[in-house]
Write a protein that binds this ligand. Structure first.
Ligand SMILES: C[S@@+](CC[C@H](N)C(=O)[O-])C[C@H]1O[C@@H](n2cnc3c(N)ncnc32)[C@H](O)[C@@H]1O
Length: 213
């Protein structure tokens, strides 16, 4: 297995390849570093942006949006795709308010819709279909979120799910913690389903990309 030093170097190298972000996004990245808040980071964010541009996404739903860093990448793609909506959903009012401030400063006021709620419930209650759904909620809830996501994604739509390598813990046969097992179960469900075409991309903590047939 790769050593932690190599993984850190790889992440630093990949982040270094991402073109400079606006000052507000850099401030969001700095805050995450200083407080250990788990944002997707530049390399994964840029990858999400790339996928969203490639599928021409204009209707995006995010589950587990934090203070809006990943949202900023999707909002940029949606604006450049001709305009649309990114749903920002987090269950914490304070994070939602902070996201509103950051994303307003980035010029995404008209693009992002905010909801303070449990995210899978919010997705159930929001009219689809969506071109792209991004899942970054608490990991134990990944398996039960999959049928809801499938239902709300258009055929040909894309699902992106973060943390499927779970700091390498998914590869440790002695790790049976709830989140690790849930990520394994989610991975098994989506990779063996005839309804999805998938690839697990090992950027940072592992992004699963799923194409709904
Ligand atoms: C890992 S952070 C990621 C933030 C964001 N995706 C980013 O990369 O900038 C996930 C956030 O979603 C929240 N969250 C986790 N599970 C959730 C759920 N089931 N419903 C709503 N929010 C949730 C967490 O409290 C946290 O703020």
């Amino acid at each position: 297995m790769a050593t932690p030093v190599l993984i850190d170097q790889l992440e630093e190298y990949l982040n270094g390849l991402v073109p400079a972000r606006p000052a507000e996004m850099q401030a969001m990245e700095r805050y995450a570093r200083e407080t250990n808040f788990p944002i997707v980071g530049p390399a994964s964010g840029a990858f999400c942006y790339l996928i969203a541009r490639m599928v021409g996404a204009r209707r995006v739903f995010e589950l587990g949006s934090g203070y809006g860093y990943s949202t900023a990448w999707f909002a940029r793609a949606v604006v450049e795709n001709g305009g649309g909506t990114v749903h920002h959903v987090v269950w914490n009012e304070e994070l939602s308010q902070r996201a509103r401030q950051h994303l307003a400063k980035l010029g995404y006021n008209g693009t992002v819709q905010y909801r303070v709620s449990e995210a899978v419930q919010a997705l159930k209650e929001t009219e689809g279909p969506f071109d792209l759904i991004f899942n970054d909620i608490d990991k134990h809830a990944y398996p039960s979120s999959l049928p809801v996501i499938y239902e709300k994604l258009r055929p040909g739509g894309v699902l992106i799910v973060d943390n499927l390598l779970w700091h390498g813990q998914v590869m440790d046969p002695d790790d049976h913690q709830r989140d690790t097992e849930a990520i394994r179960e989610f991975t098994r469900l989506i990779t063996t389903s005839p309804e999805w075409v998938t690839s697990l991309v090992p950027i940072r903590d592992g992004l699963m990309v799923g194409y709904k047939k």
